[in-house]
Design a protein around this ligand. Structure first.
Ligand code: ATP
Ligand code: MG
Length: 373
């Protein structure tokens, strides 16, 4: 397991100036798992103001200077470099009152949440793993660095992060860590809605994300009382579909789940499709007309319930599932003298009639059909 050459070169560049520097956190964990890291975070003994002069002015951004983070553009990639720090006392399970820069890597690793995230890697010194993260990763164990209750009391978001890492990395919490996930759960009430929503989404997108919801449902319900553990689903639903499955009675309000409006609207549509199918109120043609073929497939393909699968089968045998393929347009109906709401009604009636085999999908038969109705 080694660091890519460009990352090793960046570390060497910082060390040439007399500082210590390591790759740290998620990238080390991913390299140990044999997964290519999406980004490389570095940590260093250099203070931000000592880092800035090491790079050309237009390649370094003081992105999070208060927390000791600068972003460096290095060989077409951006890399976050954070000064070794320990987090000060936490007032509110939310954010540290202060961060303190510290001289050693050991102090920096001690502030990190889980053993699998508290490892550092150096091109020459190799792996630095004071909490046994490598063994925990191999054995599939989620374990807090330090006393779990205390760590979750400091920052309750770690509870949701822990569950997310279980889902993403197939980890099982060690006994004390598991107890604390539950015993400290009420503290999640103090965490910002944005941070919680981001973790929920990452969990739902993880391979075992939906499967483990039922196990941790009481924890999620501290933030999302409406949440249910999806029962009959398969594969990896889209994020919008996973949200619809978790909130079958409707999504939480935007203030409680501040996600992009587009995503929420999509999830609401998928929710409405699920509800209509389970109540037996709409058929495949009606759903496709209202929501569009692709959206109906997105909603129903991951559902294993007989009602959903029957509707999906019916969708695949529709003669004209796409509204765009209907051989009749609003403009033609306008030319035929129809006005306002009549046009929409006629288009819908024509679409449903074609898909029920009552009329051929040709311009002349559809014009005849509309004249008669
Ligand atoms: P990924 O980027 O794949 O989601 P990651 O482990 O890199 O996972 P980040 O949120 O990018 O997660 O954080 C980088 C590192 O910072 C983590 O590996 C961990 O060591 C530390 N960290 C992040 N958030 C916290 C936190 N709330 N409490 C303690 N340490 C944290
Ligand atoms: Mg990361």
């Amino acid at each position: 397991m080694g660091l890519p050459e460009d990352v090793a070169d960046l570390i060497a560049e910082i060390e040439r100036a007399g500082f210590l520097c390591y790759a740290v956190g998620g990238c080390v964990r991913d390299l140990l798992r044999g997964v290519e890291p999406t980004d490389f975070d570095l940590c260093t003994s250099a203070l931000p103001q000592q880092l800035l002069p090491l790079f050309p002015e237009n390649t370094v951004i003081p992105s999070g200077i208060a927390h000791g983070t600068v972003t460096v553009l290095w060989r077409q990639k951006s890399c976050e470099i954070t000064t070794f720090r320990s987090d000060g006392t936490y007032l509110d399970s939310r954010h540290p009152q202060s961060v303190t820069f510290v001289p050693t890597l050991g102090q920096d690793l001690a502030r990190r949440d889980f053993t699998v995230n508290a490892m550092a890697l150096h091109p020459e010194k190799g792996l630095i793993d004071p909490y046994g993260g490598k063994a925990d990763l191999k054995n599939g164990v989620l374990r807090c660095v330090g006393v779990p209750q205390k760590r979750f009391a400091e920052d309750a978001l770690r509870i949701l992060r822990g569950i997310r890492f279980c889902a993403a990395l197939s980890l099982v919490p060690q006994a004390q860590t598991r107890d604390a996930l539950f015993s400290e759960k009420e503290r999640l009430g103090a965490v910002s809605a944005e941070r919680c929503a981001a973790e929920l989404c990452k969990t739902l997108c993880a391979p075992a994300g939906i499967a483990i919801l039922s196990e941790y449902l009481p924890i999620f319900r501290v933030r999302y009382p409406q949440m249910e553990a999806p029962a009959a689903w398969k594969g990896q639903p889209s994020l919008a579909c996973a949200l619809a499955l978790c909130f079958p009675h409707g999504l939480p309000p935007h203030a409680a789940l501040p996600l992009p409006k587009r995503l929420l609207r999509k999830a609401e549509a998928l929710c409405a499709i699920h509800a209509a199918v389970f109540r037996g109120e709409a058929d495949a043609a009606q759903l496709c007309y209202r929501f569009g073929e692709e959206t109906v497939k997105e909603a129903l393909a991951p559902c294993t319930s007989p009602a959903a699968q029957t509707t999906l089968h019916a969708l695949f045998s529709l003669l004209c599932p796409s509204r765009a393929q209907l051989a009749l347009s609003a403009r033609e109906l306008l030319a035929m003298g129809l006005r306002g709401a009549e046009i929409g009604q006629a288009l819908q009636a024509a679409y449903l009639a074609v898909n029920r085999g009552l009329v051929k999908n040709t311009p002349s038969s559809l014009r005849d059909f509309c004249q008669k109705h």
